[in-house]
Design a protein around this ligand. Structure first.
Ligand SMILES: [Zn+2]
Length: 363
């Protein structure tokens, strides 16, 4: 009898420690001054990680700009007299990423995805479409790379304080520790790549077949190449336009020595620095994906540049020129009133780059 009581006592004690005392001690530790001091010591890193995380989330939304065909939405009801199980009908989705079609289209789409994507998702091979997909590719690849760097930076930061955290706390879940240190949850899902679906459901609803086409980095790059072939360029200048391929992005990084062209920070200064490829003259303002119009920016500068362009009201030629500190240059620009806006913009960007470099070298 005594033996049974001992066992019950041991079990109750164990459950008490596991479910009450241990969580209580953990909670207390996370509120203790000791832990708050650790948290404070890495708060700058944590903030930086969270900013990068937010930046990556925004990059992921890139495809939201890519329009695909809106089929509209209605209600489908099965009004047949016999109670057949039409489970495939209810599974059939009808949204902007899904095209309901015949079985032969599903099969053909599988053979020639790009062709059918354009045809059935209303993707027109135009310069404009091409640029949208290029932008998406650029953003996705930055997001992909950013994810890796973010995780590394976060793990490095956590590792730097691991020794200060008592072992009994380390036994609680890893996510909890990250959360208590102030890290935002990192979403590592790949779901943000658009997936186009060709779906067939038989009239009876009992048989169905579908082809999912995910535009991941590799497919997106190939698709852009396909679109580019289709786009008939109106003049030779547009025809020489380089495509924003992985190779070109890598070449720009090597050319710019893995250094941000605004703040001059490089991957040798900060090993987990996310570098992005920026269009000096934005695509939306007529800039092209050519080597001359591309530069390396760190994600922080790229983000603030994007925000500035959105906020800047368009100035007149004179207003812009009057802002230039160099009088000679002012004169030259005023004498060339009719020169193309793009040229002026390029000049200003280069000026801006050189000024910030100069500023940095002097301070
Ligand atoms: Zn920078």
């Amino acid at each position: 009898m005594f033996f049974i009581y001992t066992i019950i006592f041991a079990v109750v004690t164990f459950l008490f420690i596991k479910n009450v005392a241990y969580p209580y001690a953990i909670d207390r530790y996370f509120k203790s001054e000791e832990f708050l001091a650790i948290k404070e010591s890495i708060s700058q890193h944590v903030q930086d990680c969270n900013d990068l995380n937010q930046h990556i989330q925004n990059l992921k939304l890139s495809y939201a700009d890519i329009e695909s065909f809106d089929y509209g939405k209605g209600q489908l009801s099965d009004t047949s007299r016999y109670n057949m199980k039409r489970k495939n009908w209810s599974e059939s989705t009808n949204n902007r990423w899904t095209h309901p079609c015949s079985l032969s289209i599903v099969k053909n789409a599988n053979d020639q995805p790009f062709k059918y994507l354009c045809k059935y998702f209303n993707i027109k091979p135009t310069e404009e479409t091409l640029e949208k997909f290029e932008n998406a590719l650029n953003d996705f690849s930055a997001a992909e790379q950013g994810k890796g760097l973010l995780v590394q930076e976060r793990d490095d930061t956590i590792a730097s304080v691991m020794e200060s955290i008592p072992p009994f706390v380390l036994r609680s879940s890893e996510d909890r520790i990250k959360q208590e240190l102030g890290f935002m949850l990192v979403s590592l899902s790949q779901l943000y790549f658009p997936v186009y679906t060709f779906q067939y459901v038989s009239a009876g609803g009992n048989s169905s077949s579908r082809f999912d086409f995910r535009l991941d980095l590799e497919q997106l790059e190939r698709f852009i190449g396909y679109l580019a072939e289709l786009v008939k360029f109106e003049n030779s200048v547009a025809g020489q336009r380089a495509l924003m391929t992985a190779k070109l992005r890598e070449r720009i990084k090597v050319r710019d020595n893995f250094t941000c062209q605004i703040c001059s920070l490089s991957t040798s200064d900060e090993k987990n620095l996310l570098l992005e490829i920026d269009h000096i003259v934005p695509l939306s303002k007529g800039g092209k994906s050519t080597e001359y119009n591309l530069q390396v920016l760190c994600w922080r500068c790229n983000r603030s540049k994007g925000a500035k362009i959105d906020q800047t009201p368009s100035l007149t030629h004179d207003q812009v020129v009057n802002k230039i500190p160099n009088q000679k240059l002012q004169h030259v620009l005023l004498c060339h009133q009719n020169c193309h806006k793009v040229r002026l913009f390029l000049l200003l960007s280069h000026l801006n780059r050189n000024l910030s470099r100069l500023y940095k070298s002097r301070h």
